[in-house]
Design a protein around this ligand. Structure first.
Ligand code: NAD
Length: 730
């Protein structure tokens, strides 16, 4: 036995302790399930055992299921993968159901109490096991996270969590946890009814409880006669209202492109019509079906397996530990203030510099305001806030940078200002210090020319807002050395961001792909495509914002600025004049986007969007014949996908895993697809090339299929191997 340990004491309490070897967090494997099952059987068979406590030897209970296990179940089932999955899932159900029934007879007598004692975080299967127990005790640990996040990687809770939570809280009560994957701290989890008690010592409390629990304490409501589904089952008038509303809500939120959300709702709906054991079988069928769905496979691969691999340094060059101890941030504006804040929160000492002291203090005040919000939402404590703020020194004195091992420059997007502050910083810091720039448009190789040590100069591109956006784009200039890359990657890990490493080129990777999306939307508007069709087509393809709304969010002013700069730099090669015409006209009309209160959309007094601006059709009359929805979607998606492939061909992108992860985290590329490269695999390279040929013929060379895609279409190659278990890029 390696993952779960078993011990009994003189009082008759059996303790089953989860302690996966060699891991800081417990993650469930198939062996783990077998061991848990064997220990439960031992406890139930031993007459000296009065009750059981399931706990963890680590600071947390568990982080979830090892998703590679699910992929393996499928692979090992040979010609019948769906059957293999179903059988594997039913095995999990049987084990958890055995815990829940705990030896009770049909009259609900004679069972042994089983309690869960959670020292910290309990996610996914780490909550599904406790939900099968009779009482859940959690430590009073504000940083612990409790919930079922499966929906976020294209799955739903498939080890009984869906069926148990829906029966415990009702469809409405369970929906934030099942449909949105909402995570709670222990106190919130208790008030929502996810767990039973928050105590200082959950193990002691659980032991005391199992010793005094009687028959009536351990029978689940759904195993009692006359059980009624909370809030009403679908055939009940109030239940009918809930389910009709939920169905509409899910479709509204997901635009119907996330199969897991639909399957989850179906499992709850159909499960509510039958007895508990049949409901578990329905859940298992729906879950197996989702695991067979290519969208779920792609989402798990990108958002779970590959994202984690990148965070753990999959592409980190060999170099000693480069964790940052003292960080200098130059420029305390929107980005610099955010960078200082997230770094100080990660325990790093920060010197935040601006042209004058007051500006630097304003940057620090941003951190204070964010921390105040976190305290009021109980996400942190007042002491922690003080400790974080004490780590930030706001100043205009470069001497304070002495001893910094990383400096990130985030001043105005002006090469001269950047050169000046880089020189001032380098005059103070030691020879080992790595210099980074947060520029979004200027070439790293050119900016490195301002540095005395270009091999120690690198791009670390944050996205706005810094606190929320999880992607960090790390850019190698021509001379950037491996230690600088390792430094940037170790820093990303410290502050909990997901990094990708790309080579230097105009707009790097993320912005390079998002600009063609915006331009394609704007182009269609100019051609007379109804603006609502453009926006809805994008949303129905799974993009979080339509191209026109996105332009309003980014601001038309910035769009115009970027267009002018790019046109100047590319001269005769520039191809976006048609789209620019629309942007320049909007700017002339004073419609600069959401912040200005007017853009492609109209905004009310409170800044809320109030529909598309009617003036668009006066300038760009809607064509009598409108394109098919599919055509609009293909244009919008291919504009991004083809740019991603070109970035790979150009060597800007070096790993398709990074291309997919960054696309979803950086600009929200249709997450259901797993990213642009997964989208191509799912669609089939031959079909993508056919689409390109057709669009190129009718709309121009920007849709011409890159050679790499043509080769793949010819040879039937893919970017990823066919199964999800192996995540290496081809
Ligand atoms: P900002 O205008 O909010 O902040 C720039 C700060 O630099 C200001 O506080 C200014 O006082 C300070 N500054 C200017 N000259 C200085 C000098 N000589 N010495 C010290 N401080 C000086 O700009 P921002 O949006 O934070 O952008 C900063 C950088 O980050 C730019 O390079 C930009 O391209 C990049 N960036 C911006 C975004 C974004 O969404 N805003 C996203 C990614 C990257």
């Amino acid at each position: 036995m390696t993952e779960f340990h078993y011990a009994t004491d003189a009082d008759g309490v059996a303790t089953i302790t989860w302690d996966a070897p060699g891991r800081s967090m417990n993650v469930m494997s198939m062996t783990g399930f077998d061991e848990l099952s064997a220990h439960i059987e031992t406890a139930l068979a031993d007459e000296a055992v009065k009750g059981v406590v399931i706990t963890s030897a680590k600071k947390d209970f568990a982080g979830g299921m090892d998703l590679n296990v699910l992929a393996r179940l499928k692979d090992e089932a040979g010609d019948a993968p769906a059957q293999g999955l179903f059988d594997g899932i039913m095995k999990m159900h049987r084990i958890l159901r055995r815990i829940e029934r705990a030896g009770m007879d049909e009259r609900n007598k004679g069972g042994k109490p089983v309690a869960a004692a959670l020292p910290g975080t309990a996610l996914g299967i780490g909550l599904e096991i406790p939900l099968a127990c009779h009482r859940i005790f959690a430590a009073d640990n504000a940083s612990a996270r409790i919930g079922l996040p499966e929906i976020k990687v294209g799955l739903f809770p498939g080890a009984g969590g869906t069926t148990r939570l829906a029966r415990k809280l009702g469809a409405m009560g369970a929906s934030p946890f099942l449909l949105e994957g909402k995570l709670s701290d222990p106190r919130q989890a208790k008030s929502a009814g996810l767990i039973d008690e928050v105590v200082d010592d959950p193990l002691a409390a659980a032991r005391a409880w199992v010793l005094q629990a009687g028959d009536a304490d351990i029978v689940k409501p759904w195993d009692q006669k006359g059980f009624r589904f909370p809030g009403g089952a679908p055939y009940h008038p109030s239940g009918f209202m809930t389910f009709t509303g939920a169905s509409a809500m899910v479709n509204g939120r997901t635009q119907g492109v996330y199969p897991a959300a639909k399957a989850l709702l179906s499992a709850v709906y159909e499960g509510a019509l039958v007895d508990f054991d049949t409901a578990l079988r329905i859940e298992a069928r729906r879950f197996a079906n989702i695991l067979m769905n290519p969208s779920s496979t792609a989402m798990i691969r990108t958002l779970f397996i590959n994202k984690e691999a990148l965070e753990k340094g999959a592409n980190r060059p060999e170099a000693p530990d480069q964790r940052v101890k003292k960080l200098g941030v130059l420029g305390a504006g929107m980005m610099g203030a955010g960078i200082a804040h997230v770094s100080a929160r990660a325990g790093i000492e920060v010197v935040l510099i601006d042209a004058d002291h007051a500006a630097a203090e304003r940057g620090k005040a941003h951190a204070e305001a964010e921390l105040d919000k976190a305290v009021s939402r109980k996400k942190t404590t007042a002491q922690e806030k003080d400790a974080v703020l004490a780590r930030i020194t706001a100043t205009d004195d470069y001497a304070a940078l002495e001893g910094s091992d990383l400096v990130i420059e985030a001043v105005f997007e002006d090469p001269r200002v950047k050169a000046e502050v880089t020189a001032s910083a380098e005059a103070v810091v030691g020879a080992d210090c790595i210099m980074a720039t947060n520029t979004s448009t200027l070439p790293i190789t050119e900016l490195a020319g301002n540095s005395a040590r270009p091999e120690q100069y690198i791009g670390i591109h944050f996205f706005s807002p810094v606190e929320k956006m999880m992607l960090l784009e790390i850019i190698r200039g021509e001379q950037t050395g491996d230690r600088a890359v390792a430094k940037a990657l170790d820093f990303a890990r410290q502050i909990g961001k997901t990094p990708i490493v790309v080579n230097d080129a105009r707009f790097f990777y993320a912005n390079r792909c998002i600009i063609p999306y915006i331009n394609e939307g704007v182009r269609m508007l100019r051609e007379g495509v109804t603006p609502a069709l453009i926006e809805n087509a994008a949303r129905l393809a799974g993009m979080p914002l339509g191209p026109l709304q996105l332009t309003d969010e980014i601001s038309i002013e910035l769009g115009v600025h970027i267009a002018r700069a790019t046109r100047a730099a590319m001269s005769a090669d520039y191809r976006d004049d048609d789209a620019d015409e629309v942007l320049f006209w909007m700017a002339d009309e004073g419609r600069m986007g959401r912040k200005a209160g007017a853009g492609f959309y109209v905004y009310d007094d409170k800044g809320k969007r109030a529909g598309l601006w009617g003036g668009l059709s006066a300038r760009y009359p809607e064509a009598a014949e409108q394109p098919e929805l599919r055509e609009v979607q293909h244009r919008l998606l291919l504009a991004q996908v083809l740019e991603a492939v070109r970035a790979l061909e150009d060597g800007v992108l070096m790993d398709v895993r990074e291309g997919d992860v960054a696309a979803i985290l950086g600009w929200g590329f249709a997450p259901w697809s797993g990213g642009p490269f997964s989208w191509i695999d799912m669609t089939g390279a031959d079909r993508v090339v056919a689409l390109c040929d057709d669009l190129a013929r009718r709309h121009g060379g920007r849709f011409a299929a890159p050679d790499r895609l043509r080769d793949m279409a010819r040879t039937g190659a893919r970017f990823y191997p066919e199964d999800a278990a192996r995540s290496d890029a081809a």
